[in-house]
Design a binder for this molecule. Structure first.
Ligand code: AMP
Ligand code: MG
Length: 415
């Protein structure tokens, strides 16, 4: 079933909003968007990174039958004599994994049982073989075992009919074990969100050799790699010159290939900011002046119904805006729901004074349990992007951070 289209005004800010605080921008994104991808069936070996599209109900309990957790001897606890040392005659035969013991264990007897074997009728407790003295027809062990010891009862982990995973859950490899164990062989997952990445600017070179007045395209490989790492299907939309007709043509083609388009560069309101100029033609352009550093205006629009995030051109700003704004939006569009980055309070390994008015993200990493920050805050410093393993988030208000003060750290791995 095709989800309904997004609303034309999904990025509209209330009138009068000038500098938009980060939290207001995030709330607008959360409330204006909804899931746009359909679903498909996925086998268990492919579930890692996929988003469940429907709840999963266990068809079978786990464990599906009561079984032994150890190699040892099983018996009925209630039959044990009231002595310090317990001696039991051994019943003939044994129970092993995959080969059930045929019949019941006679009262007052023990039976050889191996790990994973179905518990035979008439017994409820297992003693480890290491705790027994064993002769061909008897075992002896010390008293003190509780009823049910060393036994895994049917359904102790999962009961048939239980909802074991809910729609919107991002599946990790480990989920395959729980699914497989309850007899689920395939699940319904959302199709991967197709995220198109487009670079803009006459100074930006893609492929070939950059002459002395041009620069290599840093944003496109970075953003393509990042969206793929987030489990999306990355769609390379290439590069477009600073030319409105060319931008229009690119967007027209892009909406057929992508569910979300990330552009970088040309998103401000200057003469050469052709992304915002063209998006304005669509009628739905919203230029968000978000009170965030790094990050200039974020241009948001629907192009033929497909959301476009016009990111700043500076690689650091492009990345921060992608992680802070586009990533949570991708969660909603892709069926995972609103997902903010994981945050941790950690001691600062740096000093910094910050004025009020803008939230600030610093390239950072943890060393010896403290957050250290990259030497420069320059938003064109790509070396700091490679150096960092996360961001330190400084609040909207003024702060004065001294070494040892607690600061908020957002690891890249938790985005
Ligand atoms: P703009 O947002 O277009 O004004 O660009 C801001 C800065 O980012 C300029 O210095 C651009 O040259 C630079 N820039 C824009 N796009 C890219 C890109 N794809 N890779 C590296 N730098 C870029
Ligand atoms: Mg430009």
């Amino acid at each position: 079933m095709r989800p309904p289209p997004l609303k034309d005004d999904c990025f509209a800010m209330p009138p009068g909003v000038d500098w938009t605080p980060v939290d207001v921008a995030l709330t607008r994104l959360r409330d204006g968007l909804h899931t746009v991808v359909g679903s498909e069936v996925c086998t268990l070996s492919e579930v890692a990174g996929r988003i469940l599209a429907a709840d999963v109900i266990a068809p079978r309990s786990h464990p599906p039958f009561s079984n032994s957790a150890v190699d040892g001897y099983c018996f009925a606890c209630a039959d044990l004599p009231d002595t310090g040392i317990i001696e039991l005659p051994l019943a003939r035969g044994r129970a092993s994994a995959g080969v059930a013991f045929d019949g019941r264990v006679p009262a007052g007897h023990a039976l050889r049982i191996l790990t994973g074997a179905r518990l035979p009728g008439g017994v409820d407790t297992i003693v480890l073989e290491e705790d027994c003295t064993i002769t061909p027809d008897r075992i002896a062990f010390r008293r003190g075992l509780k009823p049910g010891a060393n036994m895994r009862p049917v359904g102790e982990d999962i009961t048939a009919g239980d909802v074991i995973m809910t729609a919107g859950m991002r599946l990790r490899a480990q989920a395959a074990a729980a699914l497989a164990s309850t007899g689920v062989a395939q699940v319904s997952v959302y199709k991967r969100l197709r995220v198109g990445v487009l670079s803009t600017g006459d100074e930006v070179v893609t492929g070939g050799v950059a002459d002395s007045s041009r620069i290599y395209d840093a944003n496109r490989p970075m953003l393509l790699a990042q969206v793929a790492a987030w489990g999306c299907e990355s769609v390379d939309l290439g590069h477009v010159r600073d030319d409105r007709a060319a931008v229009r043509q690119k967007l027209d083609a892009a909406v057929r290939q992508a569910d979300l388009i990330l552009t970088s560069g040309g998103a401000s309101a200057g003469d050469e900011d052709h992304i915002s100029a063209v998006l304005a033609e669509s009628g739905g352009l919203q230029t968000w002046r978000i009170a965030v550093k790094p990050g200039r205006p974020l241009a948001l629009a629907l192009w033929a119904g497909v959301p476009v995030f016009g990111l700043p051109g500076n690689p650091v700003a492009a990345m921060v805006c992608t992680m802070i704004f586009a990533r949570p939006a991708m969660g909603i569009l892709g069926g995972e729901g609103w997902r903010l980055p994981e945050t941790y309070q950690v001691p600062a390994g740096f000093s910094k004074r910050k004025k009020p008015g803008r939230r600030e993200y610093l390239r950072a990493r943890l060393r010896s349990g403290m957050a250290e920050i990259f030497a420069s805050e320059g938003s064109g410093r790509v070396s700091g992007l490679a150096w960092a393993e996360g961001l330190v988030e400084l609040p909207d208000g003024a702060v004065q951070v001294a070494p040892g003060d607690m600061v908020t750290y957002l690891p890249f791995s938790g985005m």
